[in-house]
Design a protein around this ligand. Structure first.
Ligand SMILES: O=P(O)(O)OC[C@H]1O[C@H](OP(=O)(O)OP(=O)(O)O)[C@H](O)[C@@H]1O
Ligand SMILES: NC(=O)CC[C@H](N)C(=O)O
Ligand SMILES: [Mg+2]
Length: 504
């Protein structure tokens, strides 16, 4: 998952972009970048590996001049983790365009050849986002005009929709024009727009999550619709248009389970309320199926599961205790790039308060069990702290299928639930009992917030991919490209291609 933010303002936007990225940090911890257009119509870019606070020093911020810009935090799902694939990407023709992308294209392997043959465009990295930028650039070029009008831009986006598949919430700065943002026709990844009034006029902002708008004092106008494009000219005129032929509203349900911040509202659904609702339905299931168990206390696994766990405790009429303390200086473990890093970080990140465990039957609650890295270690910790019995509940169903839309779960074999039933997962993680939310219950909990959404992308749970273009061959290829070994090799290889991107 990545986070994107773009602003067309009346004042310098560097600080607001930085602040927006800081509150989207949970969506990507590997790299960050900002690009602005200054008063000479020059793009100013800074991107590097690392957290937002480490990537941008004062000298970089001073360089990022201008009233219009965009930013990105990266969690790689294609290519490597190297700086060369940090975003935004840039192409000089037509006009000068810089692009940032959240999501993952599912036909990028088919597009590279076409781009070279038809558009004579060279792709220098293995990032799907560089491909997306070049497809967009080619379509903008094909309009044949020097000064693009909104209809030219929207026609270009319509053609991009026709050519690319997969998930994309993307935004581009076009020199001499403005900021363009668009969302894939299934609305898999989130995108929201807002505005802020100033003495010099209205400023607009588009971002992955509403929390970025809150942080910058923008009010939410609405979500960008699946397939829709939003174009804000450099002068601050807003244009929107539905560019997809057959849009469908099928957002990724995993945003609500894990990715998004609870204080965000995505597609009119409060992430926080959806997590509480997940606790309500799972609490009822536990009541029905585990009535015979003697649970003393409900303990969340910080951070994401806390809202769900509190609700479960309320439904069960049991105490809720913060039995684990989270080290606030360690990031999210799941979105770390390699399994070794993830494993090591769990113990550095979480520590048990033994008094909450000693002699008790505890029910641990997590939002999801994906590779089982967290649950296994956390259960060991509970036992070491003296727990008598350790039961485990997951607010999401078993994750059995790879994700192809911007979450880095490329290989079914890395998933603990792949090929295992609940009893054997329970054995592997070492729990005395394990219960999962059912998929219909999860969907119901999230849909409560917006019943107009008829379907979510639930592919990691049921293997039904909303873009209808994923077959076993695709999944095999993905697995080969992105299993742990392949990723490590790609990182080493790309690291030697970097120098051209490495401006200080
Ligand atoms: O089964 P696994 O492969 O371990 O993945 C699932 C775990 O990873 C995430 O936590 P993370 O530490 O990333 O973030 P959080 O602090 O937001 O919960 C998630 O909340 C689960 O705890
Ligand atoms: N998680 C994402 O949205 C990743 C975006 C893009 N596919 C990349 O790897 O950079
Ligand atoms: Mg967690």
């Amino acid at each position: 998952m990545c986070g994107v933010v773009g602003i067309v303002g009346k004042y310098p936007v560097n600080q607001a972009l930085y602040d927006g990225l800081t509150v989207l940090q949970h969506r990507g911890q590997d790299a960050a970048g900002i690009v602005t257009i200054d008063s000479n119509n020059t793009l100013k870019l800074r991107k590097a590996n690392g957290l937002v606070k480490d990537v941008f020093e004062v000298r970089h911020m001073q360089r990022l001049a201008g009233n219009i810009g965009l930013g990105h935090v990266r969690y790689p799902t294609a290519g490597s983790s190297s700086t060369a694939e940090a975003q935004p990407f840039y192409v000089n023709s037509p006009f000068g365009i810089a692009l940032a992308h959240n999501g993952n294209l599912t036909n990028s392997h088919l597009l590279v050849d076409d781009i070279f043959r038809i558009a004579k465009r060279h792709i220098n990295t293995t990032s799907d986002s560089e491909i997306l930028l070049n497809v967009l650039a080619h379509e903008l070029n094909n309009t044949g005009v020097m000064q693009l009008q909104p209809e030219h831009i929207f026609r270009a986006v319509a053609n991009v929709h026709r050519k690319i598949r997969g998930a994309y919430a993307a935004m581009a700065l076009i020199i001499g024009h403005g900021l363009l943002a668009f969302r894939d026709p299934n609305g898999i990844r989130p995108l929201v727009m807002g505005k802020r009034e100033t003495p010099l006029g209205t400023e607009y902002m588009v971002a992955s999550e509403s929390v970025a708008l809150d942080a910058d004092g923008f009010t939410v106008m609405r979500d960008v619709s699946p397939g829709e494009a939003v174009y804000i000219t450099q002068e601050g005129e807003l244009h929107t248009f539905q560019c997809a032929e057959n849009p469908s509203y099928t957002p990724c349900i995993f945003e609500y389970v894990y990715f998004a911040r609870p204080d965000s509202t995505i597609d009119n659904i409060s992430v926080y309320a959806s997590r509480v609702a997940m606790g309500a339905v799972l609490g009822e299931k536990i009541k029905r199926e585990w009535a015979h168990l003697d649970i003393d206390v409900v303990i969340p696994i910080p951070e994401t599961s806390t809202d769900t766990a509190l609700k479960i405790a309320t439904v069960l009429g049991l105490p809720y205790r913060q039995g684990y303390v989270k080290n606030r200086y360690i990031g999210r473990t799941f979105i770390m790039p390699g399994q070794e890093a993830r494993k090591k970080s769990v113990k550095r990140k979480l520590n048990a308060i033994w008094q909450e465990f000693k002699g008790k039957n505890v029910l641990l609650v997590d939002d999801s069990i994906v590779r089982g890295t967290t649950s296994k270690q956390i259960i060991d910790m509970a036992r070491e702290a003296g727990a008598k019995k350790v039961y485990f509940a997951s607010a999401a169903p078993e994750v059995r299928f790879p994700n192809v839309y911007g979450i880095d779960m490329p290989s079914a074999n890395e998933l603990i639930a792949h090929g295992h039933d609940v009893d054997s997962i329970c054995n592997i993680i070492g729990a005395d009992g394990l219960i999962f939310q059912s998929l219909p219950d999860l969907i119901e909990a999230v849909r409560l917030g917006n019943p107009e959404i008829k379907r979510f992308d639930t592919s990691v749970f049921d293997g039904n991919y909303v873009t209808n273009d994923i077959d076993q061959n695709y999944l095999n290829r993905l697995e080969q490209l992105r299993n742990n070994d392949a990723k490590a090799k790609a990182d080493v290889a790309m690291a030697t291609d970097l120098e051209m991107y490495n401006e200080g």
